[in-house]
Design a protein around this ligand. Structure first.
Ligand SMILES: *[C@@H]1O[C@H](CO)[C@@H](O)[C@H](O)[C@H]1NC(C)=O
Ligand SMILES: *[C@@H]1O[C@H](CO)[C@@H](O)[C@H](O)[C@H]1NC(C)=O
Length: 500
């Protein structure tokens, strides 16, 4: 009952739009399709509106303010300009699910993995490996073996150790044990074992104390055992030992997970000894764990509130595409692929613009340039490309699965435009495409496979800068975006000086 007047109103406004813009391909049918999408089954000849450009804005769930500012700034002109309105479809891309673990209880802020520490062992030195009695040591020919680990809660390594040789009494070997921090060429600390300086024997290992550093949460380390003795090292396979993770404060990162080893490529994976460690600031850890249940509960409540707000926002503005992933940084590449699939299944267009919710975008400039440079063509990727960009093995941009030291060309953060045929290729292969740490570099790696025409354009700014004629610029706060837009409206350019 209530639907009828609204529908009529919609049809009227649509009819006006059609009258004014008869030149727009497909808009007449499109209008009907949107109004009676249910009927399109009965009348399959009705096609959706064909847009020149679909805009996908990657947005985090909680960025309500940024989205509203975008709606009231660079999207405003297109909303109120019927010509543009028929040519552009804009969607915010948002993960349907929030991470149900509070940030402080995650392994890292970029994924949704629980920092799973239970019954941590405090104020006590622990040996990192438990070696079953039955397992025998293997005399290998390897000159160097190594193991990678990741620190989940700060620890201090107190001693480094090497295996005892069962066949002889005392210590006859020459072995150096080094601990590296990922991507660093110099070891952080080391210990040398020799017949004249063998340290202390504890069960089946010889230990020596080392300089004590606090290895922080997120620390990626490698322990390397090296020997130049003709007889090689006594080592064990990682499967033959049990990790004593102190309740969950550290984890081994192994080749089996498909992860890269750091550039210590001459060593083989394994252990030729161990180390002892203590948990740093264990009291704080205990307190943190004790308050966890409460924190989890209040986080879930907040998540429900967020869900409700998002639902409301979506029904008010009709400009959100919810994709079925957990909304974390590491999932952004998957988020993008989901969106590409959505566009292919749900809408009709020539070009797709991908940008982020902290970007200033100038759609007018963009359309001018598309015409000027004749960019409405297949097989095109228009952006500002980073070339020979080094792959980080630690930190926010940590990438352990892409083996090269440098990424293939990728468009920098503020946005890019690709043609529909490329989106179609991505969408139809989305089940198979491997996602890497970031959405921008993943796109570069995927594109390397099909090699579209890269149209380099410096007006897609990679940094937060203002340039007259810019297509987009990243990293703004809601206030800054508002300011830019005010200046554009007042002076014709967002980069005008304030004092005039
Ligand atoms: C946390 O660790 C415990 C013990 O190691 C394990 O049983 C449990 O499944 C883990 N929980 C999660 C969510 O990983
Ligand atoms: C260890 O080094 C010493 C001195 O360089 C050498 O004499 C000895 O043979 C080495 N031990 C082994 C097991 O090779």
């Amino acid at each position: 009952m209530h639907k009828l007047p609204a529908l009529l109103l919609f049809l009227c406004s649509c009819a006006v739009g059609v009258a004014v813009h008869l030149w727009l391909r497909g808009s007449f049918y499109g209008c009907w399709w949107w109004s009676f999408s249910g009927l399109s089954v009965l009348f399959p000849q009705w096609e959706p509106i064909h847009y020149d450009l679909v805009v996908g804005i990657l947005s985090a769930r909680h960025n309500f303010e940024l989205r509203n500012v975008i709606r009231n700034t660079w999207l405003k002109s297109f909303k109120h300009d019927p010509a543009l309105n028929q040519r552009v479809q804009v969607k915010f891309i948002i993960g349907a699910h929030g991470c149900d673990i509070p940030v402080e209880d995650r392994e890292d802020p970029y994924s949704c993995r629980l920092l799973n520490i239970t019954n941590p062992i405090l104020k006590q030195e622990m040996e990192v490996f438990i070696i079953p009695e039955a397992a025998s040591s293997v005399l290998s020919e390897d000159r160097a073996v190594s193991v990678n680990f990741r620190v989940l809660y700060p620890i201090i390594i107190t001693r480094l150790g090497v295996f005892q040789d069962n066949s002889i009494v005392g210590f006859e070997r020459n072995i150096t044990v080094k601990v590296y921090q990922a991507e660093h060429e110099e070891p952080l600390f080391s210990a040398r074992f020799s017949p004249t300086s063998s340290g202390v024997q504890v069960d089946r290992l010889w230990y020596k104390p080392v300089e004590q550093f606090v290895l922080p949460e997120g620390f990626e380390g490698t322990v390397v055992w090296e020997s130049h003795d003709p007889i090689g090292l006594i080592s064990r396979n990682l499967h033959k030992v049990i990790l004593n993770d102190g309740g969950g404060v550290l984890r081994l990162t192994t080749v089996e997970e498909g992860l890269l080893r750091y550039e210590l490529s001459e060593s083989v994976e394994g252990i030729a000894g161990g180390f002892t460690y203590t948990i740093h600031e264990g009291e704080a850890l205990l307190q943190n764990l004790n308050s966890r249940p409460e924190r989890l509960l209040s986080h879930l409540t907040k998540l429900e509130e967020e869900d409700a707000l998002l639902k409301e926002e979506s029904s008010t503005y009709q400009d959100i595409v919810f994709v079925h992933i957990i909304d974390t940084y590491r999932n952004v590449p998957a988020k993008l692929l989901h969106f590409y699939r959505w566009t292919v299944e749900s809408t009709s267009y020539d070009l797709l613009l991908k940008t982020d919710d902290d970007c200033y975008v100038d759609l007018d400039n963009m359309f001018q340039r598309i015409v000027q440079k004749n960019l409405k063509r297949p097989n095109i990727w228009w952006g500002n490309f980073r070339l020979n960009w080094a792959v980080d093995r630690t930190g926010k941009w940590q990438e352990l699965e892409y083996p090269s030291p440098a990424y293939p060309a990728f468009a920098c953060g503020s946005g890019y435009v690709i043609s529909k045929d490329i989106v179609q290729w991505l969408a139809s292969n989305s089940d198979r495409l491997k996602t890497y740490q970031g959405e921008d570099v993943s796109m570069g790696i995927w594109m390397a496979a099909i090699g579209p025409i890269r149209y380099q354009d410096n007006l897609w700014l990679c940094e937060k800068q203002c340039e007259t004629g810019m297509l987009s610029s990243p990293q703004y706060s809601p206030e800054e975006l508002t300011k830019l837009w005010e200046k554009r409206e007042q002076y014709g350019t967002p980069c005008a000086c304030e004092e005039r």
